[in-house]
Ligand binder design. Structure first.
Ligand SMILES: [Zn+2]
Length: 120
């Protein structure tokens, strides 16, 4: 379950940032997530709630912004959407070359925005 370590690092970054900014409570955490990361979104959110208990991020909403897994064909340069678990999508729809591509996007994993309310 690789979600656990990713969520753990998200929670520690969020709480550090919030505390440094003097926030009383984190309300929302926006995360950009590539499809290729193979994250179970529901699991991610519930782990976040679990790990954030007792911190300023407790009860914050997690908003996941998914990025498609895009590759560029080495043979013809065409960019197409690939689904890692579906081998039928590993073939370039333009020239028919199989499994000969470079990754363009889809492995993103970062916090894009933290929303918080200020304490007194
Ligand atoms: Zn191609």
């Amino acid at each position: 379950m690789h979600e656990m370590s990713l969520v753990r690092s998200v929670v520690s970054i969020v709480t550090e940032e919030a505390e440094a900014a003097g926030a009383a409570k984190v309300t929302k955490v926006h995360i950009v997530l590539g499809e290729g990361r193979d994250i179970v979104e529901d699991l991610f959110e519930s782990l976040f709630q679990f790990l954030a208990r007792g911190t300023v991020a407790e009860g914050a909403r997690v908003v996941l912004h998914t990025r498609p897994y895009m590759v560029r064909c080495n043979a013809c340069g065409n960019e197409f959407h690939l689904i890692p678990i579906d081998k039928r999508t590993w073939t370039c729809p333009e020239c028919g070359k199989y499994k000969d591509y470079q990754l363009v996007s889809g492995m993103e994993f970062y916090i894009s925005k933290i929303e918080a309310s200020k304490g007194n």
